[in-house]
Design a protein around this ligand. Structure first.
Ligand code: DGY
Length: 323
């Protein structure tokens, strides 16, 4: 029997796949909220595999509490910064994640929605209208700016970054500049994208959208100096991981009007959000829901299960994280 502990209810697709196997015993945390740490440590005991969410810190303590039979952590997320990879490597535990086109599309669409939401002041306009403040057409009311012809700076031109580049260039006539570990000639050819150093990109872009994983090298990638070099009319979009942006520095930059606004799906100390951000009308906040589409969530569930089944069948794990 293989015992799998699932730390949170997830869509049925993957669960059904796992349930089909007679040799699997599933234990699913039944509540639709984050499992308390103590319960995580207790319920992990004896698990051969843990299917975890990005909200659970899976460190050496959890691995040891599970026991030496723990062989795999299947993370239900693209990002895996919640897992201590060094601890997994020491214990020879395999780690997998759930990248998929549907997830990437969802995050790309969400980032684009934030770009348009900010430039057309959608959230402010919605608040204004629902508050009964609309008293007739006014040429000076809630003036935003067109997106066409503007410059979008993508930091991290991986799969999500490229999806945004394609749509914004082909669909909305936006100029693309990008920063990446290395230049990508195909992006330059297909979308006339131009490579820039991070600091140069920040100086030129009207929208800066972040698409990097959270690593030691990307923590506070955007801080005081970076925000200072952005245009006063520019917007910052973050759908990657909260700690990539120094949230305190962002609050000051917004308060002192160093930048025009921000669209944020992730926060430095999630689920806490700097209270100043919640009061700013030029900021759109979403609760880490960039990948919350039915298509993406189903895919994530299916992929998390398929990673497990491949491991149990001693096949190549489709999305094994390199340790
Ligand atoms: C991921 O999969 O890493 C996303 O952040 C979840 O929404």
């Amino acid at each position: 029997m293989t015992r799998i502990f699932v730390t949170h209810k997830i869509p049925d697709e993957g669960i059904k796949l796992l349930k089909k196997r007679k040799s699997i015993k599933l234990d699913i945390y039944e509540k639709d909220r984050q499992i308390p740490r103590r319960e995580l440590l207790r319920r992990a005991k004896g698990a051969d595999i843990i299917l975890s969410l990005l909200t659970e810190k899976i460190d050496g303590q959890v691995m040891d509490s599970a026991g030496s039979q723990l062989k795999m952590i299947s993370n239900y997320a693209v990002g895996f910064d919640n897992i201590d990879l060094a601890a997994a490597k020491d214990r020879k535990i395999i780690v997998s994640n759930t990248p998929s086109d549907q997830v990437n599309e969802s995050v790309a669409e969400h980032a684009i929605a934030l770009i348009f939401g900010l430039s057309h002041r959608i959230s402010e306009s919605d608040d204004f209208t629902k508050a009964g403040k609309y008293k007739g057409w006014n040429p000076n009311l809630l003036i935003g700016s067109n997106v066409i012809g503007k410059t979008l700076g993508i930091i991290g031109a991986g799969r999500i970054g490229e999806m945004i580049i394609r749509r914004m260039h082909d669909g909305f006539g936006v100029n693309i500049i990008y920063n990446n570990r290395e230049p990508k000639p195909e992006l330059e050819k297909k979308y006339k994208a131009r490579y820039r150093s991070k600091m140069q990109l920040l100086k030129e872009a009207d929208f800066v959208s972040l698409h990097v994983p959270l690593l030691d090298s990307t923590r506070h990638l955007i801080s005081i100096k970076e925000l200072k070099s952005m245009k006063k009319t520019a917007f910052l979009i973050n759908t990657s991981r909260g700690p990539v942006v120094d949230e305190k520095a962002l609050v000051s930059a917004l308060q002192s009007k160093q930048i025009a606004g921000a669209g944020l799906d992730v926060y430095e100390h999630e689920p806490k959000i700097a209270s100043a951000l919640k009061k700013m009308s030029n900021v759109i906040l979403t609760p880490h829901t960039a990948s919350a589409t039915i298509e993406a969530r189903r895919d994530m569930s299916r992929i998390a299960a398929l990673n497990i089944l491949a491991f149990l069948d001693s096949k190549k794990i489709p999305n094994q994280v390199k340790l």
